[in-house]
Design a binder for this molecule. Structure first.
Ligand code: NAD
Ligand code: GLY
Length: 367
């Protein structure tokens, strides 16, 4: 950790020649120093959407003006339903129409949808151009902008077409969170809370004590939460960039959560909401396997509820849950693999008897 020129905290993600800093602070967007020492190019392209663009794109354009002779902007339609080939093509259309060369730097200004699509476009355009993540949702600042997973959705599966492709830098300007809807803040809190039981129970204690400040968007509380989350994610990704093992622990709550999202239809619950409830279900399963005690499950569930997240799953029917969990990316030959709490502060990826899984679904869901 060190101080950057713009007085941000910098967390580094160590991946050899693909290493990069995550800058975290306030007033970063406008400060030219935030954007210093990025790859030189004649063109920069800002990719954003029709919600975030009107709020922040002019400021980013102004900050980059001294560095890039030509700055172009692509404004995509907002929403997970647009995370697809035809929207991705809008980025390629602009890049080609403007004659952008292989040094062009892409800037992803928005939440995880814009970040995942811009990263994938950067991975593909001319077989790879540099890109910078400028996440503006809490979820994107603590999770999706870090670690190089990029993707679009396919009608038959979420995030199924993509690449591992690391950004040059991640810039988390905490001021942008002030305009985020409350429901999106709660969704981001789910991904922050996730880091406690899988890696750092002291952090979970800190979140418990500072949840009101986080929900009130206190800059100091947000700075610590984003920094600690990024440190944990950087530690995991630094050891297992391509998810051959350890990185799977970052999917705590995602197996049940994915079934909720897919079973209800994507977009009915936000991703973070489904993950929050999925973590409750995974904690119950950990308890039924004798890994954690009931007091841990109660305390964890109460914290998620205080964060404004649903803790009772929708009544989709056991078969629907099992069906969607069997097509999860972690499943092996149809056997469901869960991220479970081995003991508070440490996670394990393993299977569980169907009978126990059914017990959890029955106990944690209602109509
Ligand atoms: P999102 O990108 O859809 O953003 C949520 C909403 O907030 C959108 O309507 C957006 O326009 C709006 N918004 C963004 N910033 C705002 C701001 N500052 N003020 C006001 N409104 C703002 O959703 P998300 O939760 O950021 O990201 C979810 C996506 O991230 C999913 O597609 C998921 O698959 C992906 N994801 C990727 C990874 C990864 O490792 N790459 C990890 C987790 C999630
Ligand atoms: N969000 C999970 C990961 O980046 O691996």
């Amino acid at each position: 950790m060190s101080a950057s020129p713009a007085s941000a905290v910098s967390v580094s993600i160590d991946l050899g020649e693909r290493s990069y800093p995550i800058l975290i602070g306030t007033q970063l967007l406008d400060a030219p120093s935030t954007w210093a020492d990025l790859p030189k190019a004649s063109s920069a392209v800002i990719v954003t959407n029709n919600t975030v663009g009107p709020l922040y794109v002019a400021r980013l354009q102004a900050a980059l003006a001294g560095q890039y002779p030509h700055i172009h902007t692509v404004v995509l339609p907002d929403g997970e339903s647009h995370k697809d080939w035809s929207t991705l093509n809008q980025i390629f259309d602009l890049l080609l129409a403007q004659g952008c060369d292989r040094k062009t730097v892409l800037f992803a200004l928005g939440g995880g949808v814009v970040g995942d699509m811009t990263g994938f476009a950067a991975a593909c355009y001319m077989r790879g151009v540099p890109f910078v993540q400028v996440p503006t949702t809490l979820l994107a600042q603590v999770d999706s902008s870090v670690g190089g997973k990029t993707a679009i959705n396919h009608p038959l599966g979420k995030n199924m077409i993509g690449a591992f492709y690391q950004p040059q830098r991640v810039v988390c300007d905490l001021d942008t969170l002030q305009t985020l809807p409350a429901r999106e803040m709660s969704a981001g809190l789910a991904e922050i809370i996730k880091y406690g039981p899988i890696a750092d129970m002291a952090f979970l204690d800190w979140i418990d004590a500072h949840l009101d400040a986080l929900m009130a968007r206190d800059p100091q509380a947000l700075a610590h939460a984003v920094q600690r989350s990024c440190e944990i994610k950087a530690w995991v990704v630094g050891q297992d960039e391509r998810e051959s093992g350890l990185r799977a622990i970052l999917n705590f709550g995602h197996t049940f959560g994915h079934a909720i999202e897919a079973g209800l239809g994507f977009g009915v619950w936000l991703h973070g909401e489904a993950v929050g409830c999925g973590m409750v279900m995974a904690a119950h399963l950990s308890h039924r396997l004798g890994l954690v005690d009931a007091a841990f499950v109660s305390r964890f569930t109460a914290l998620l509820a205080r964060a404004g997240l649903p803790t009772v799953g929708p009544q989709l029917g056991t078969d629907v849950y099992l069906h969607h969990m069997r097509v999860d990316k972690k499943a092996e030959a149809g056997d469901i693999r869960f991220v479970l709490i081995h003991q508070p502060g440490s996670a394990v990826v393993r299977g569980a008897p169907d009978a126990l899984v059914v017990e959890v679904i029955t106990a944690c869901c209602q109509g």
